[in-house]
Design a protein around this ligand. Sequence first.
Ligand code: GLC
Length: 557
Amino acid sequence: MEGATGVMRKVASYISMLDDGELDLDRLLEKPKMNIERQRSFDERSFSELSIKIRPFDGFENMFSAGGARSGFDTPLSSATGRNSTEPHPMIAEAWDALRRSLVYLRGQPVGTIAAVDHAAEEVLNYDQVFLRDFVPSALAFLMNGEPEIVKNFLLKTLLLQGWEKRVDRFQLGQGVMPASFKILHDPLRQVDTVVADFGESAIGRVAPVDSGFWWIILLRAYTKSTGDLSLADSPECQKGMRLILNLCLSEGFETFPTLLCADGCSMIDRRMGVYGYPIEIQALFFMALRCALIMIKCDAEGKDIVERIVKRLHALSYHMRSYFWLDFQQLNDIYRYKTEEYSHTAVNKFNVIPHSIPEWVFDFMPTRGGYFVGNVSPARMDFRWFALGNCVAILSSLATPEQSAAIMDLIEARWEELVGEMPLKITYPALEGHEWMIVTGYDPKNTRWSYHNGGSWPVLLWLLTAACIKTGRPQIARQAIELAESRLVKDSWPEYYDGKLGRFIGKQARKFQTWSIAGYLVAKMMLEDPSHLGMITLEEDKTMKPILKRSTSWTR
Ligand code: GLC
């Protein structure tokens, strides 16, 4: 867990809720409209075919349907205990109660859920805050349950925080940066609520959360798709918010790759774990956020330029990722036989990866059928580790081709014991041990082998796995994973993570009643029950994005 202990010290990041900025957004805080009739299609369009003269919203009716199920627009309202018609699991009601207990209110309105409601924990650290990334499964649960107001409130509140001036010492952060988390302080005497936000300036390591803005965009699209309320995404405030986030990522610099260069610990893995450079998690979220933004950003005078830049970047990014991050048996064999020190355009080993750097475990881990996006690719460096979030988001966003998506699922099935074991799902595989752990984590005692970010098992990832399973037509895999989770989660009081090679032990420092473990379970259950919910969190394949690969790899055949 990152963050300063105790109350966060802030100068720039303080705002009183009576500040003026709040009022501008008040009109948007009306109840969202569940107006099905007015819904224009909110689906993806080919970014190749996109004419920037046309509003990306209009006229696209190819709703996603999984296994013939209806689309995810009209989520009917249901009871507070979820909407399982057939014998709801007893855990569901308990999970909803726990989720509601985590709600955070601002001036009487729910605006988010805190990371953990663990009264037994000795140190609160910043688990009493609303984390943007942690709120995503909560938001999806509420949307799927027909309760969009809280999601709208959250989107607007965080948008307001984006407008703050953010500093680390004397350095001013980019305008578009979204906070990692925020907290509401109630002053019962003065009767005012104060919001405190952390953009990385309080976080351990002082890293800004690159994923927050991407999740914000993804959630805005999920909200819009689920409710049919276009007015929020259409509002000048949200349009500007999206543009600011994307301006941070689409500006020109010295890059030779379309992937996004990041510091270590800038996403869910928010500690030093060798995820600096071009981590898969960020690249997959970047891709998904770009596609979601393309659907939502208006092609008006202010948006036209950014739409053009998004389209270009998507082309380059999907080509790069599908070509260079993809690893399967054939590709591994090719790298194993790579020549090095090749110069000029004819180079096959473009990044000069030294075959000797392939770790031993990969040769055993790689099944004959199956593949995955590796953790990182940069000059002379391939991080061969498996990262669950990035691979699942690659499937959901269709960054992975259908063949690659199927191959990722094949890998999960073939390596079930390693990646799922007794508790879904390993955040990364394998763990860093010994000397490598010392060097890469800087002797981090929280990230010892098979613990926490270093090969720990995170129940929150269940919703991503389930969504990926449904999208690839393999719901039975999700069912197995959910059964495993059900055998432990309530009994263990919804831990944040599990430790050990098989994920058998409640994590060393795991919080109990971790909100995203609870919400992740609910979302997984609701999607299995009604796969049409998937539409709010998936994007269909863009057929024009097939990679033109010269080398023979099994997924291109
Ligand atoms: C830990 C996790 C991070 C999460 C936070 C709150 O810091 O690494 O991903 O957002 O806890 O749950």
